[in-house]
Design a protein around this ligand. Structure first.
Ligand code: 5GP
Length: 202
């Protein structure tokens, strides 16, 4: 990218359950070879096919609580009765080295990140409609009836949190949502406030 900031930019992607964050993140990572994806720590049991160190670092509650006590987490939250958190060292090292970092985390976590990294870019991904959201959560086929109701109810409430974000992206078609996020990434790299070092370099 031509004009760019010296340290990396922290991008935070959140949105209601069923917005398609996982799918969009995966597609984004395939098209952005220089982007570093943070792998979260969770106490949630793995879903079929999920791998330790790929989808999440799966930990016990005691292990997770030790990470909180050691200040090993940039943020953490309880989501659907389980702990989720972002390992701090990985994110801060990559940013210092000049790499962009992508976090896919819930809204409570995103608001904590905003406190520590006010220059981060906060992107809210939403499904095109409530009907589509319902179909997506059910279509995943991994949720119990109780879990579905919990996630669908939370999603409606979570939509209200959009106002705390910098950008909103409607995930109608994955490729189109990715293209919008890539445009946001490019725009942020070209923002004047992130490129003031060019004045001194010239
Ligand atoms: P799932 O159980 O479906 O993988 O994730 C449930 C929710 O936890 C999603 O909204 C996801 O964005 C969120 N989540 C995943 N990792 C983290 C994390 O490290 N921190 C926080 N605060 N939320 C996370």
């Amino acid at each position: 990218m031509a004009a760019t900031s010296e340290s990396g930019i922290l991008f935070v992607l959140s949105g209601p359950s069923g917005a398609g964050k996982g799918t969009v993140c995966k597609a984004l990572m395939e098209s952005l070879p220089d982007m570093c994806l943070s792998i979260s720590v969770t106490t949630r049991p793995p879903r079929p096919g999920e791998q330790h160190g790929v989808n999440y670092f799966f930990k016990t509650k005691a292990q997770f609580e030790a990470m909180i006590a050691n200040d090993d987490l940039l943020e953490w939250a309880v989501v659907f009765d389980h702990y989720y958190g972002t390992p701090r060292e990985f994110v801060e090292t990559k940013l210092r080295e000049g790499h962009d970092v992508l976090l896919e985390i819930d809204i409570q976590g995103a608001m904590q990140v905003k406190q520590r990294h006010p220059n981060g870019v906060f992107i809210f991904l939403i499904p095109p409609s409530a009907t589509e959201l319902e179909a997506r959560i059910l279509g995943r086929g991994t949720e119990s009836e109780a879990s579905f109701r919990q996630r669908f109810g939370a999603a409606r409430h979570e939509l209200q949190q959009m106002q705390h974000y910098d950008y909103v992206v409607v995930n109608d078609v994955v490729a189109a949502a990715c293209a919008r996020i890539q445009a946001i990434i490019t725009a942020e790299h070209c923002s004047v406030s992130r490129n003031l070092h060019l004045l001194t370099e010239w």
